[in-house]
Design a protein around this ligand. Sequence first.
Ligand code: NI
Length: 167
Amino acid sequence: MAILPIRTYPDPVLRRTCQDAEPGTEQIRRLAQDMLETMYAAPGIGLAAPQVGASIRLVVVDVAGALGSPDPSFLLNPRIVRSSETTAFEEGCLSLPEFSLEVERARVIEVSYQDLEGAERSLVAEDLFAVAIQHEMDHLEGRLLVDYASSVKRDLYRRKARKRKAT
Ligand code: NI
């Protein structure tokens, strides 16, 4: 396994729409393991493939890992098939250093996906787990947390990110 560099805003790879992941390959297994290790090292509770430069519909989420009991979920080609009323969470993103924002998302979701070997699966996620999955799925469409911010806050962050990149 390897810890991969995390791409940060405004890296254009974060804006691409991802392609379907092909399960059951050595390449996807390695990418998933590397993403998991990268996420734990960051540390974070979720990571999407574009954040390590791969435009592939693969996300890794583990909301328990930070509490010392790792329980990772690998979701290939995830789709939300049911969602509940919304709730608001303060979110951050490993690709957006020094940025956080309260966002409204469904509190409960049902997700259909494939596992790493291609088996069709589904899960029901609530609260932080549901929010993390929705956040990571946004990455697969090239959508970022900063897109939910007011234009003032977004412009401010864009300027800050440019300055950070220049130094
Ligand atoms: Ni993110």
